[in-house]
Ligand binder design. Sequence first.
Ligand SMILES: [Zn+2]
Ligand SMILES: [Zn+2]
Length: 146
Amino acid sequence: MTAKYSGGCSHVHVTSAAEPIDNHECHCNVCKSVTKQHTTHVAFFNYGDLKVDHAEKIKRVPFNADNPGGPLEICLCTECNSVLMLDDKQRRIRVAVPNVMGYDTDKFPKATYHAFWDESKGYPRPSDGRPVYAGLRPDFAWPAGS
Ligand SMILES: [Zn+2]
Ligand SMILES: [Zn+2]
């Protein structure tokens, strides 16, 4: 099985042989605060598709500092502090942020839409031709947890 996507650091490798199930440009305030980027390219994978080779070298912090009991956790390498992935306590998805988590961004498919944009952002609605939604795309269905 060949990895189509590989990220992580030199200690913990994060790979997927499958395509992401959702691929968006995120305008949400949590991503803005965590990545310090205006928008963040976010890819969701089915939980079982994004694999890590050294789970024992991972430490976890809440993704949303304002909601520490929320389902998503940022996974960091215990040796070098690299950000590896977001993990879902409910085991539905795992999340890659290609330009932050060590992926080859040239090979990563471009985000297909804009998520979590609304007028409260205080900047214009994106006009690059991709759909713009106030949340995730309406037809996105969360996989069942495991
Ligand atoms: Zn976001
Ligand atoms: Zn590392």
